[in-house]
Ligand binder design. Structure first.
Ligand code: FES
Length: 351
Protein backbone atom coordinates (compact mmCIF):
# COMPACT_ATOMS: atom_id res chain seq x y z
CA UNK A 1 0.00 0.00 0.00
CA UNK A 2 1.17 3.52 -0.68
CA UNK A 3 0.44 6.68 1.13
CA UNK A 4 -1.85 9.07 -0.68
CA UNK A 5 -0.71 12.56 0.19
CA UNK A 6 0.95 14.80 2.70
CA UNK A 7 0.47 18.38 3.63
CA UNK A 8 2.45 21.20 2.12
CA UNK A 9 5.98 21.87 3.03
CA UNK A 10 6.62 19.69 6.04
CA UNK A 11 7.00 16.23 4.62
CA UNK A 12 6.29 14.90 8.10
CA UNK A 13 3.13 13.14 7.01
CA UNK A 14 5.06 10.77 4.79
CA UNK A 15 6.39 8.87 7.77
CA UNK A 16 3.97 9.64 10.56
CA UNK A 17 1.37 6.95 9.76
CA UNK A 18 3.91 4.18 9.65
CA UNK A 19 5.47 5.33 12.90
CA UNK A 20 2.08 5.38 14.59
CA UNK A 21 1.13 1.95 13.29
CA UNK A 22 -1.39 3.20 10.71
CA UNK A 23 -1.78 1.98 7.15
CA UNK A 24 -2.50 4.43 4.37
CA UNK A 25 -5.77 3.89 2.54
CA UNK A 26 -5.16 3.07 -1.09
CA UNK A 27 -8.72 2.67 -2.33
CA UNK A 28 -10.09 6.11 -1.37
CA UNK A 29 -9.37 8.76 -3.96
CA UNK A 30 -7.45 11.53 -2.29
CA UNK A 31 -8.54 15.11 -2.94
CA UNK A 32 -5.69 17.50 -2.32
CA UNK A 33 -6.56 20.76 -0.57
CA UNK A 34 -5.93 24.08 -2.25
CA UNK A 35 -3.02 24.74 0.10
CA UNK A 36 -1.47 21.37 -0.89
CA UNK A 37 -1.11 22.36 -4.51
CA UNK A 38 -0.95 26.14 -4.51
CA UNK A 39 1.97 27.66 -2.58
CA UNK A 40 0.20 31.03 -2.58
CA UNK A 41 -2.85 29.52 -0.90
CA UNK A 42 -0.56 27.82 1.62
CA UNK A 43 1.05 31.15 2.46
CA UNK A 44 -2.39 32.75 2.72
CA UNK A 45 -3.48 30.05 5.15
CA UNK A 46 -0.31 30.56 7.16
CA UNK A 47 -1.02 34.30 7.39
CA UNK A 48 -4.62 33.59 8.36
CA UNK A 49 -3.60 31.30 11.21
CA UNK A 50 -0.88 33.62 12.49
CA UNK A 51 -3.31 36.59 12.33
CA UNK A 52 -5.68 34.72 14.61
CA UNK A 53 -2.91 34.05 17.10
CA UNK A 54 -1.84 37.71 16.95
CA UNK A 55 -5.42 38.88 17.47
CA UNK A 56 -5.60 36.57 20.47
CA UNK A 57 -2.51 38.32 21.89
CA UNK A 58 -4.16 41.68 21.26
CA UNK A 59 -7.26 40.64 23.20
CA UNK A 60 -5.12 39.53 26.14
CA UNK A 61 -3.50 42.98 26.18
CA UNK A 62 -6.98 44.59 26.00
CA UNK A 63 -8.06 42.38 28.91
CA UNK A 64 -5.22 43.73 31.04
CA UNK A 65 -5.90 47.33 30.01
CA UNK A 66 -9.61 46.91 30.80
CA UNK A 67 -8.81 45.41 34.19
CA UNK A 68 -6.65 48.37 35.08
CA UNK A 69 -8.59 51.18 33.39
CA UNK A 70 -12.30 50.45 33.86
CA UNK A 71 -14.01 51.64 37.02
CA UNK A 72 -15.31 48.55 38.82
CA UNK A 73 -18.55 50.28 39.76
CA UNK A 74 -19.33 51.50 36.20
CA UNK A 75 -22.36 49.93 34.53
CA UNK A 76 -23.44 49.77 30.89
CA UNK A 77 -26.76 48.93 29.31
CA UNK A 78 -26.78 46.09 26.79
CA UNK A 79 -29.84 44.99 24.85
CA UNK A 80 -31.00 41.53 26.02
CA UNK A 81 -28.69 41.53 29.07
CA UNK A 82 -29.88 44.84 30.60
CA UNK A 83 -27.60 46.74 32.98
CA UNK A 84 -24.31 44.92 33.56
CA UNK A 85 -20.96 45.82 35.11
CA UNK A 86 -18.77 47.44 32.42
CA UNK A 87 -15.67 45.70 33.70
CA UNK A 88 -17.31 42.26 33.89
CA UNK A 89 -18.60 42.41 30.34
CA UNK A 90 -15.31 43.73 28.93
CA UNK A 91 -13.18 41.17 30.74
CA UNK A 92 -15.51 38.37 29.70
CA UNK A 93 -15.52 39.46 26.07
CA UNK A 94 -11.77 39.98 25.73
CA UNK A 95 -10.86 36.74 27.49
CA UNK A 96 -13.50 34.83 25.47
CA UNK A 97 -12.20 36.30 22.21
CA UNK A 98 -8.59 35.45 23.11
CA UNK A 99 -9.47 31.82 23.83
CA UNK A 100 -11.71 31.55 20.77
CA UNK A 101 -9.00 32.86 18.45
CA UNK A 102 -6.40 30.40 19.74
CA UNK A 103 -8.88 27.56 19.16
CA UNK A 104 -9.96 28.84 15.73
CA UNK A 105 -6.32 29.35 14.67
CA UNK A 106 -5.41 25.81 15.74
CA UNK A 107 -8.34 24.36 13.80
CA UNK A 108 -7.43 26.32 10.67
CA UNK A 109 -3.82 25.22 11.02
CA UNK A 110 -4.85 21.56 11.28
CA UNK A 111 -7.35 21.79 8.42
CA UNK A 112 -5.26 23.73 5.94
CA UNK A 113 -1.61 23.18 6.68
CA UNK A 114 -0.94 20.05 8.69
CA UNK A 115 -0.31 16.80 6.78
CA UNK A 116 -3.45 15.52 5.07
CA UNK A 117 -3.39 11.74 4.84
CA UNK A 118 -6.18 9.16 4.78
CA UNK A 119 -5.13 6.23 6.97
CA UNK A 120 -6.56 3.21 8.73
CA UNK A 121 -5.53 2.13 12.19
CA UNK A 122 -5.57 -1.61 12.66
CA UNK A 123 -7.22 -2.64 15.89
CA UNK A 124 -7.63 -5.87 17.71
CA UNK A 125 -11.05 -7.51 17.86
CA UNK A 126 -13.15 -5.36 20.17
CA UNK A 127 -15.57 -8.03 21.37
CA UNK A 128 -14.70 -10.07 24.46
CA UNK A 129 -13.95 -13.79 24.19
CA UNK A 130 -17.05 -16.01 24.22
CA UNK A 131 -16.14 -17.50 27.67
CA UNK A 132 -16.00 -14.01 29.24
CA UNK A 133 -19.39 -12.92 27.84
CA UNK A 134 -20.89 -16.28 28.84
CA UNK A 135 -19.59 -15.87 32.38
CA UNK A 136 -20.94 -12.29 32.63
CA UNK A 137 -24.37 -13.43 31.45
CA UNK A 138 -24.38 -16.29 33.96
CA UNK A 139 -23.41 -13.87 36.77
CA UNK A 140 -26.24 -11.56 35.77
CA UNK A 141 -28.78 -14.40 35.78
CA UNK A 142 -27.53 -15.66 39.13
CA UNK A 143 -27.76 -12.13 40.64
CA UNK A 144 -31.27 -11.70 39.28
CA UNK A 145 -32.32 -15.02 40.77
CA UNK A 146 -30.72 -14.39 44.17
CA UNK A 147 -32.09 -10.85 44.56
CA UNK A 148 -35.59 -11.99 43.64
CA UNK A 149 -35.85 -8.99 41.31
CA UNK A 150 -37.89 -11.00 38.81
CA UNK A 151 -39.96 -12.82 41.44
CA UNK A 152 -41.05 -9.90 43.67
CA UNK A 153 -43.00 -7.98 41.09
CA UNK A 154 -44.37 -5.37 43.46
CA UNK A 155 -40.91 -4.58 44.84
CA UNK A 156 -39.53 -4.30 41.34
CA UNK A 157 -42.25 -1.91 40.21
CA UNK A 158 -42.12 0.29 43.29
CA UNK A 159 -38.32 0.48 43.08
CA UNK A 160 -38.51 1.55 39.44
CA UNK A 161 -41.19 4.13 40.41
CA UNK A 162 -39.01 5.49 43.23
CA UNK A 163 -35.98 5.74 40.94
CA UNK A 164 -37.97 7.57 38.26
CA UNK A 165 -39.43 10.12 40.73
CA UNK A 166 -36.22 10.65 42.68
CA UNK A 167 -34.59 13.23 40.31
CA UNK A 168 -37.79 15.31 40.00
CA UNK A 169 -37.22 17.48 43.13
CA UNK A 170 -33.81 18.43 41.75
CA UNK A 171 -35.43 19.60 38.51
CA UNK A 172 -38.23 21.43 40.38
CA UNK A 173 -35.69 23.31 42.50
CA UNK A 174 -34.04 24.67 39.35
CA UNK A 175 -37.15 26.82 38.95
CA UNK A 176 -35.81 29.20 41.60
CA UNK A 177 -32.93 30.05 39.32
CA UNK A 178 -35.09 31.98 36.87
CA UNK A 179 -38.72 32.28 37.97
CA UNK A 180 -39.89 34.69 40.69
CA UNK A 181 -43.55 34.77 41.69
CA UNK A 182 -45.33 37.69 39.98
CA UNK A 183 -45.10 40.95 41.94
CA UNK A 184 -42.26 39.73 44.14
CA UNK A 185 -39.46 42.22 44.84
CA UNK A 186 -36.27 42.04 42.82
CA UNK A 187 -33.18 40.50 44.47
CA UNK A 188 -31.56 43.95 44.79
CA UNK A 189 -34.66 45.29 46.60
CA UNK A 190 -34.68 42.26 48.88
CA UNK A 191 -31.01 42.73 49.68
CA UNK A 192 -31.42 46.45 50.38
CA UNK A 193 -34.25 45.81 52.83
CA UNK A 194 -32.75 44.83 56.17
CA UNK A 195 -33.73 45.37 59.80
CA UNK A 196 -31.69 48.56 59.94
CA UNK A 197 -33.60 51.83 60.10
CA UNK A 198 -33.22 55.23 61.74
CA UNK A 199 -32.82 54.71 65.50
CA UNK A 200 -32.18 50.93 65.46
CA UNK A 201 -29.77 50.23 68.29
CA UNK A 202 -26.55 48.43 67.42
CA UNK A 203 -25.83 45.45 69.71
CA UNK A 204 -23.02 42.92 69.93
CA UNK A 205 -23.47 39.72 67.96
CA UNK A 206 -24.36 37.19 69.32
CA UNK A 207 -24.65 38.51 72.90
CA UNK A 208 -27.07 41.37 72.12
CA UNK A 209 -25.44 43.97 74.38
CA UNK A 210 -25.82 47.64 73.47
CA UNK A 211 -22.55 49.33 72.54
CA UNK A 212 -21.18 52.73 73.56
CA UNK A 213 -18.53 54.42 71.40
CA UNK A 214 -16.04 54.22 74.26
CA UNK A 215 -16.36 50.40 74.26
CA UNK A 216 -14.44 50.26 70.97
CA UNK A 217 -10.75 51.20 71.09
CA UNK A 218 -8.98 52.65 68.04
CA UNK A 219 -8.09 49.66 65.82
CA UNK A 220 -10.84 47.54 67.40
CA UNK A 221 -13.52 45.60 65.54
CA UNK A 222 -16.90 44.47 66.88
CA UNK A 223 -19.33 42.12 65.13
CA UNK A 224 -22.77 43.60 65.59
CA UNK A 225 -26.45 43.22 64.78
CA UNK A 226 -29.70 45.19 65.15
CA UNK A 227 -31.24 45.03 68.63
CA UNK A 228 -34.47 43.46 67.37
CA UNK A 229 -32.72 40.68 65.43
CA UNK A 230 -33.33 37.90 67.94
CA UNK A 231 -37.05 38.63 68.12
CA UNK A 232 -37.43 38.75 64.33
CA UNK A 233 -35.40 35.58 63.91
CA UNK A 234 -37.63 33.69 66.31
CA UNK A 235 -40.78 35.05 64.65
CA UNK A 236 -39.57 34.21 61.14
CA UNK A 237 -38.05 30.88 62.14
CA UNK A 238 -35.06 31.31 59.84
CA UNK A 239 -31.73 33.11 59.56
CA UNK A 240 -32.58 35.38 56.62
CA UNK A 241 -32.74 38.56 58.71
CA UNK A 242 -29.37 37.76 60.33
CA UNK A 243 -27.75 37.03 56.98
CA UNK A 244 -28.65 40.49 55.70
CA UNK A 245 -28.26 42.61 58.83
CA UNK A 246 -24.85 41.45 60.11
CA UNK A 247 -22.40 44.36 60.36
CA UNK A 248 -18.98 45.17 61.75
CA UNK A 249 -18.03 48.29 63.66
CA UNK A 250 -14.45 49.44 63.28
CA UNK A 251 -12.82 52.35 65.02
CA UNK A 252 -10.02 54.32 63.41
CA UNK A 253 -8.45 57.72 63.85
CA UNK A 254 -10.96 60.14 62.20
CA UNK A 255 -8.00 61.73 60.39
CA UNK A 256 -7.39 58.39 58.61
CA UNK A 257 -10.82 58.39 56.98
CA UNK A 258 -10.28 59.29 53.34
CA UNK A 259 -13.90 59.02 52.21
CA UNK A 260 -17.26 57.64 53.25
CA UNK A 261 -20.39 56.67 51.38
CA UNK A 262 -22.21 59.64 52.92
CA UNK A 263 -21.28 62.79 54.83
CA UNK A 264 -20.82 62.19 58.56
CA UNK A 265 -21.70 58.48 58.39
CA UNK A 266 -19.08 57.68 61.05
CA UNK A 267 -19.24 58.50 64.73
CA UNK A 268 -15.95 59.82 66.08
CA UNK A 269 -14.02 57.51 63.74
CA UNK A 270 -16.29 54.49 64.25
CA UNK A 271 -17.57 53.22 60.91
CA UNK A 272 -20.15 50.48 60.32
CA UNK A 273 -20.09 48.24 57.25
CA UNK A 274 -22.03 45.19 56.15
CA UNK A 275 -20.26 42.02 57.21
CA UNK A 276 -21.32 40.09 54.11
CA UNK A 277 -18.86 40.01 51.21
CA UNK A 278 -20.17 41.51 47.98
CA UNK A 279 -18.54 38.73 45.97
CA UNK A 280 -20.48 35.60 46.89
CA UNK A 281 -21.53 36.42 50.43
CA UNK A 282 -18.99 35.06 52.91
CA UNK A 283 -19.08 36.77 56.31
CA UNK A 284 -15.92 38.82 56.87
CA UNK A 285 -14.17 39.94 60.04
CA UNK A 286 -10.47 39.82 59.10
CA UNK A 287 -9.41 43.42 59.67
CA UNK A 288 -5.93 44.84 59.36
CA UNK A 289 -5.93 47.95 61.55
CA UNK A 290 -2.80 49.57 60.09
CA UNK A 291 -4.09 49.61 56.48
CA UNK A 292 -7.82 49.62 57.42
CA UNK A 293 -8.26 46.73 54.99
CA UNK A 294 -10.96 44.12 55.45
CA UNK A 295 -10.00 40.78 53.90
CA UNK A 296 -12.50 38.14 52.83
CA UNK A 297 -11.12 34.66 53.61
CA UNK A 298 -13.06 33.00 50.80
CA UNK A 299 -11.47 34.48 47.68
CA UNK A 300 -9.29 37.25 49.12
CA UNK A 301 -11.40 40.25 48.12
CA UNK A 302 -10.05 43.21 50.09
CA UNK A 303 -12.01 46.34 51.00
CA UNK A 304 -10.64 49.65 52.27
CA UNK A 305 -12.82 50.73 55.19
CA UNK A 306 -11.08 54.11 55.38
CA UNK A 307 -12.09 54.79 51.77
CA UNK A 308 -15.82 54.09 51.43
CA UNK A 309 -15.31 50.31 51.65
CA UNK A 310 -13.99 50.31 48.08
CA UNK A 311 -12.56 47.10 46.62
CA UNK A 312 -8.78 47.24 46.49
CA UNK A 313 -8.15 43.64 45.47
CA UNK A 314 -9.92 40.44 44.49
CA UNK A 315 -13.00 39.35 42.59
CA UNK A 316 -15.66 41.43 44.41
CA UNK A 317 -17.29 43.83 41.96
CA UNK A 318 -18.93 46.17 44.46
CA UNK A 319 -17.81 48.11 47.51
CA UNK A 320 -18.95 47.07 50.96
CA UNK A 321 -22.22 48.87 51.85
CA UNK A 322 -21.82 51.34 54.72
CA UNK A 323 -24.39 51.94 57.47
CA UNK A 324 -24.65 55.51 58.81
CA UNK A 325 -24.38 55.56 62.59
CA UNK A 326 -24.69 57.96 65.52
CA UNK A 327 -25.63 57.71 69.22
CA UNK A 328 -29.02 57.91 70.94
CA UNK A 329 -29.91 59.97 74.00
CA UNK A 330 -28.56 57.27 76.28
CA UNK A 331 -25.22 57.35 74.49
CA UNK A 332 -25.54 53.97 72.73
CA UNK A 333 -24.65 53.50 69.07
CA UNK A 334 -27.65 53.46 66.71
CA UNK A 335 -28.20 53.40 62.95
CA UNK A 336 -29.14 56.74 61.43
CA UNK A 337 -30.74 55.26 58.28
CA UNK A 338 -31.15 51.92 56.48
CA UNK A 339 -28.47 50.67 54.09
CA UNK A 340 -28.50 52.69 50.88
CA UNK A 341 -27.17 49.82 48.76
CA UNK A 342 -27.94 46.10 48.53
CA UNK A 343 -25.89 44.00 50.92
CA UNK A 344 -24.36 40.63 50.09
CA UNK A 345 -23.46 38.96 46.80
CA UNK A 346 -23.91 40.73 43.50
CA UNK A 347 -25.48 38.00 41.34
CA UNK A 348 -28.58 40.21 40.84
CA UNK A 349 -26.51 42.71 38.84
CA UNK A 350 -26.59 40.24 36.00
CA UNK A 351 -30.38 39.99 35.92
S1 FES B 1 -16.94 35.67 48.98
FE1 FES B 1 -15.55 37.19 49.52
S2 FES B 1 -14.09 37.15 48.01
FE2 FES B 1 -15.48 35.64 47.40
Amino acid sequence: MTEISTGPGTGAGEHAPAKLGYSPVADIPHRPRVADTDPKAARRAERQVSSMFMLSMLFVVLFIIAFVAIDKSANVYLPVFGVVGAMNITLGFTMGAAIFLIGAGAIQWAKKLMPDVEVVQERHDLSSPAEATGEAAANYERGKEESGFARFKIIRRTLIGAMVLFPIPLIVMLRDLWISPPGSPSPSELLTTTLWKDGTRVVTDPTYLPIRPEDIPVGGLVSAAPADLEEVQIAEGNLNARAKAAIILVRMDPADIVSQQGDGWDYQGIVAYSKICTHVGCPIALYEQRTHHLLCPCHQSTFDLADSGNVVFGPAARRMPQLPIGVDVEGFIVAKAPFAEPVGPSFWERG
